[in-house]
Design a protein around this ligand. Structure first.
Ligand SMILES: NC(=O)c1ccc[n+]([C@@H]2O[C@H](COP(=O)([O-])OP(=O)(O)OC[C@H]3O[C@@H](n4cnc5c(N)ncnc54)[C@H](O)[C@@H]3O)[C@@H](O)[C@H]2O)c1
Length: 256
């Protein structure tokens, strides 16, 4: 079991939703959490709540993420990275009036969700490689966030599904690369989890209630805590490596 008591942990997208719940779970297990996000107000509030630090960084920016990794290493040996930062986008490859998908938008989604995830992995793993190894040479663990859209992409999800499919695809080769430094890598593919990603207010609540009807069992959206407990297990269970796990109540997304 990877002991994270007193170690530092980076959670990207840690200011909101899945990242916020994961930050709380890691802090509860004794880690010193660095919340990495673009949202300063929420990021500072969450960092204060969990007794950690906030580092404002765009996950796809090399220097900003390096600064966040340095801040984490100052708090204790960096042993944990959970990549939760991400965003969605809905656009058809060709819209009904024939307009093609906006290529800049496609690039942006890939940049944040896929390149951002890999940027954080490479810089955090480099810092982890310089820490003292624990039992069996273990140094740390990384958890990425993909989506069921990596497998069951819906109409309008070309960019989002490609970005998340990329995260699933890099899980095994990166786990193989990082075995040499004693760092495990796993990915969670969430289904529909109730977070601010679906917006807020009456229309969003109606939208989410409708979405929840497709879930096999239980017949509801998931909670951020149901993601966070799995993330914590993937961090601490030393025999979990190179795997992608769906947490989705059994949903298989229909075309739309
Ligand atoms: N909620 C779901 O149903 C669901 C399902 C599948 C996958 N996911 C994935 O889970 C992850 C977390 O989503 P969530 O539902 O908690 O959403 P959220 O919107 O509540 O949180 C995402 C956070 O990421 C931050 N962020 C966005 N771009 C960033 C960037 N470039 N650099 C740093 N931070 C950035 C945002 O500021 C926000 O705080 C995302 O990758 C999302 O694609 C969510």
């Amino acid at each position: 079991m990877l002991d994270i008591e007193g170690a530092s942990a980076i959670v990207t997208g840690g200011a909101s939703g899945l990242g916020a719940a994961t930050s709380r779970a890691l802090a509860g297990a004794g880690a010193k959490v660095v919340v990495v996000d673009l949202n300063e107000d929420l990021g500072n509030a969450l960092a204060g709540e969990v007794g950690g630090r906030f580092a404002r960084a765009d996950v796809s920016d090399e220097a900003q993420v390096q600064a966040a990794v340095d801040a984490a290493s100052d708090m204790g040996p960096l042993r944990v990275l959970v990549n939760c930062a991400g965003l969605g986008s809905a656009q058809r490859t060709v819209s009904r009036d024939g307009t093609p998908f906006d290529l800049k938008n496609f690039e942006f989604v890939i940049r944040v969700n896929l390149i951002g995830t890999f940027n954080c992995i490479r810089l955090a793993a480099s810092a982890m490689s310089k820490t003292e190894p624990l039992a069996e040479g273990e140094r740390g663990a990384i958890v990425n966030t993909a989506s069921v859209a990596a497998f069951d992409g819906q109409i309008g999800q070309a960019a989002y599904s490609a970005s998340k499919g990329g995260v699933v695809g890099l899980t095994l080769p990166v786990a193989r690369d990082l075995a040499a430094i004693g760092v495990r890598v796993n990915t969670i593919a969430p289904g529909l989890i109730d977070t601010p990603i679906y917006g807020q207010g009456e229309a969003s609540e109606a939208f989410k209630a409708n979405l929840g009807r497709n879930v096999l069992f239980p017949n509801r959206l998931g909670t951020p805590e149901e993601f966070a407990t799995l993330a914590l297990e993937l961090v601490t269970n030393s025999y979990m490596n190179a795997e992608t796990i769906r947490v989705d109540g059994g949903i298989r997304m229909p075309p739309k």
